[in-house]
Design a protein around this ligand. Structure first.
Ligand code: NAD
Length: 364
C-alpha cells in the first residue's frame, strides 16, 4: 500500500474548518483506493505569529521539505493587519512558496454544469463548457522585486520593481506548454509588452521556447487589460493562459468569479519535483470564520489536485471531482445557494464534507 506524508497548514480564519473537511475526504479516498496519508500539522500565518512570533517558522519549512506534499487552508485576518510588511501573515505564504522553490501556480477555472446558474455571465457567453487553466509565475516579478520608501520633491514616495530573468520565464513557459500539450494545445501568454520592458523579455522568451520545443502548441499573445476584458466577453476562447505573478493573481480571481464562487476554486503550486503546495484560491474569510458557512469544496478539490499532481493517484482524484459534482445537485453551502432552489438544500461546511465522503463511498 502506498503511504504518503502530507503537511497540513491550516492557517487562519476558516482555514481549520475547510482543511478538516479535505482531510476527511482524503482519508476516505485512501480507504477506497488503497493508500494512506500520514498528516502532520504545522504553523503558518497569523496563528504562527501568535504562537512563535513569526509567520513562517523554520520548523514549518523543514517539515514541508521532508513531506510528499502540503495542503494549506488560508492565512491572514484583521487581527494582524496593523503589523509591518515583513511580519504579516501573507509574508508566510510568499515565504513558503519561495522556500519550497514553487515557481508555478496552476489555477483551473472550471464551471461545474450544476453551477452554471451561479455564474454572473449569461449562458450564451459561457457556452457548452468552461475549462481554463491559468498558469501563474509565482516566485518572481513585482511581489519579490526591490521595493522601498523614498523622498521625491519633498514628498514621501514608494516603489516596487517588476523584474524577470530569461531563466524564470523559460521554466514557467515549459510548465504551461506541457499543460497545453495535455489539453487543447493552445497557449495564450499574457503580458503588457506595449509598456513594460520585462513584458517584452517575457513575450520573446515564451515565443522562442514555443518555436524550439513545442511546435505543436499554438501560441497567442494578449495584453493583460484585453485579457481581463476577453475573460468576461468570450471565456471559451482560452485553453491555457500563462502570465506573470501579479497579472496571474488578478486574472485568476476574475476567472474564479466567472465560474460562480471563489469557494469552489482549487490551486496547485509546483516546483521542479513532485512535491507541491495545494490550496484554495480564496483567503481566510474572517467575516464567516467559525460560523460553519465556509464552502470547503475548493480545499477538497485542492486535495484532489494533490492526489493527481503530487501523489500519483489520478483515479482517486477523478472520483473526488465526480463526487463533488454529484453532491452539488442536491446540496450547497451558503455562498452558492439561492433561495427557492428546487431539490437543493443549504448545508454547513461540515455537512458538505460529509456528503462528499458519502458520495465517494457510494461511487466505489
Ligand atoms: P477572502 O477570499 O478571504 O474573502 C472574500 C469574500 O469571499 C468574503 O466575503 C468571504 O466570506 C468569501 N469567501 C472566501 N472564501 C470562502 C469560502 N470558502 N466559502 C464561502 N465564502 C468564502 O478575501 P479577503 O476578504 O480579501 O481577505 C481576507 C484575508 O485573507 C486577508 O487577511 C487576506 O490578506 C487573506 N488572503 C489570504 C489568501 C491566502 O491565504 N491564500 C488569499 C487571499 C486573501
Amino acid at each position: 500500500m502506498n503511504q504518503y506524508k502530507v503537511v497540513l497548514l491550516k492557517g487562519d480564519g476558516i482555514g481549520s474548518e475547510i482543511v478538516e473537511q479535505a482531510v476527511n475526504v482524503l482519508e476516505t479516498a485512501g480507504e477506497l483506493y488503497g493508500f494512506s496519508i500520514e498528516f502532520q500539522e504545522e504553523l503558518l500565518g497569523g496563528s504562527a505569529i501568535d504562537a512563535v512570533g513569526t509567520p513562517l517558522p523554520q520548523k514549518t519549512i523543514d517539515a514541508c521539505k521532508a513531506a510528499d506534499s502540503t495542503l494549506l487552508g488560508a492565512v491572514g485576518g484583521p487581527k494582524w493587519d496593523g503589523l509591518s510588511g515583513d511580519k504579516r501573515p501573507e509574508k508566510g505564504l510568499l515565504g513558503i512558496r519561495e522556500a519550497l522553490g514553487l515557481f508555478a501556480n496552476l489555477r483551473p477555472a472550471v464551471i461545474f454544469p450544476e453551477l452554471r446558474e451561479a455564474s454572473p455571465l449569461r449562458a450564451d457567453i459561457i457556452g457548452e463548457k468552461l475549462d481554463i487553466m491559468v498558469v501563474r509565475e509565482l516566485t518572481g516579478g513585482i511581489y519579490f522585486g526591490e521595493r522601498g520608501r523614498t523622498a521625491e520633491n519633498g514628498q514621501e514616495a514608494a516603489y516596487d520593481t517588476e523584474k524577470y530573468s530569461v531563466g524564470e520565464v523559460e521554466r514557467i513557459a515549459r510548465v504551461a506548454f506541457e499543460m497545453a500539450r495535455k489539453r487543447g494545445k493552445r497557449l495564450c501568454s499574457v503580458d503588457k509588452a506595449n509598456v513594460l520592458e520585462s513584458s517584452r523579455l517575457w513575450r520573446a522568451t515564451v515565443a522562442r521556447i514555443g518555436q524550439q520545443e513545442y511546435p505543436d502548441v499554438e501560441i497567442t499573445n494578449m495584453y493583460v487589460d484585453n485579457c481581463a476584458m476577453q475573460l468576461v466577453r468570450n471565456p471559451g476562447q482560452f485553453d491555457v493562459i500563462v502570465t506573470s505573478n501579479i497579472f496571474g493573481d488578478i486574472l485568476s480571481d476574475e476567472a474564479s468569479m466567472i465560474s460562480g464562487s471563489i469557494g469552489m476554486l482549487a490551486s496547485a503550486s509546483l516546483g521542479s519535483g513532485k512535491a507541491g503546495l495545494f490550496e484554495p484560491i480564496h483567503g481566510s474569510a474572517p467575516d464567516i470564520a467559525g460560523t460553519g458557512k465556509a464552502n470547503p469544496l475548493a480545499t477538497i478539490l485542492s486535495g484532489a489536485m494533490m492526489l493527481k499532481y503530487s501523489l500519483d493517484q489520478p483515479e482517486a482524484a477523478a472520483a473526488i471531482e465526480a463526487a463533488v459534482s454529484k453532491v452539488l445537485q442536491t446540496a450547497r453551502t451558503a455562498d452558492i445557494y439561492t433561495e427557492g432552489m428546487q431539490g437543493v438544500r443549504k448545508v454547513s461546511c461540515s455537512e458538505m464534507g460529509q456528503l462528499v465522503c458519502d458520495a465517494l463511498k457510494a461511487s466505489r
